[in-house]
Design a binder for this molecule. Sequence first.
Ligand code: ZN
Length: 230
Amino acid sequence: MLQPERQILVVFPHPDDEAFGVSGTLAQYAKAGTPITYACLTLGEMGRNLGNPPFTTREELPLIRKKELQASCEAIGIKDLRMMGLRDKTVEFEDDEEMVAMMTNLIDELNPSLIITFYPNYAVHPDHEATARAVVRAVRRMPESDRPRLYGLAFANNTVAELGDPDIINDINDVREEKMNSMRAHISQTGWMLQEEEKRKEEGATAENNWFTNEHFYSYRFDEDFEDSF
Ligand SMILES: [Zn+2]
């Protein structure tokens, strides 16, 4: 497990973003009694997967995903879930300063020692990028000595070529079950992935690159900031 933290703030735009990249790490912290707040910006109401045959309607989807999100948080042990009410697929069009203000308010209220979000420019989806930008901007406006640790999830194809290997690799073997339950909770979106994972196991896939072995993060590099002026 990683070093002890006073309070963790996790910021992602979509329900299920937490499941793949950090649910194991968060489950470890939750077990250690570390308070975790998860600010989930949207309800993923534009999720592509309505099932085939459809298991729901576009109107009902936010309700389903909200329940899945709550179930995932329960599986992980997150007690403070904030649903921030932005609209899925439009986070990138939110006013930048309002987004930064939202993050600043959360930081002021919670005084986290660690924030986990995506890594700007390596987060693939426009909503992920907008979220990452807002978090980084909010943190770098703080005096350096007051800044919490900032871990970014990066999974763009050029990540390792440009950022190198992640500086934080966390062994999550002891919380595989919690991670599986978090992913299972988002069954409307993750069903196909879990099936694939089963297949991999049957085919005797090695533990390498397995979601259930470890989770990787990059400490945010303020000295190589994603934008020049701010
Ligand atoms: Zn996402």
